[in-house]
Design a protein around this ligand. Structure first.
Ligand code: FES
Length: 95
């Protein structure tokens, strides 16, 4: 009976280790995907056909995304506005 309890505790510890290893892997993948820059061809504004390359070229002098400049140059946000609503998700993946 006692051996059965020990075996069970060992099994639980191994499961915990495996679970923690999987959490570490998932966390690593999430961090990598948040840091990844978007490919040039990714379409950001569907209404006005503005992709990542267009945004990079427009904002290259500042070295960071300027939403006001993008609104003026490409009319981004003047259609359905979903590109501007989603800006927090893509702004840091341009440069
Ligand atoms: S996706 Fe940019 S205005 Fe609609």
């Amino acid at each position: 009976m006692k051996a059965g309890v020990l075996l069970s505790e060992t099994r639980v510890k191994n499961m915990d280790k495996e679970f923690l290893r999987q959490i570490d892997q998932a966390s690593e993948l999430l961090t990598q995907s948040q840091d990844q820059k978007l490919e040039d061809e990714v379409l950001i504004c569907e209404c006005f056909c503005v992709n990542v390359r267009d945004i990079r070229e427009a904002c290259v002098e500042q070295g960071e995304v300027n939403l006001d400049l993008l609104r003026k140059r490409f009319s981004m946000g003047e259609g359905c506005q979903s590109c501007m609503k989603a800006a927090p998700e893509w702004v840091n993946k341009i440069f």
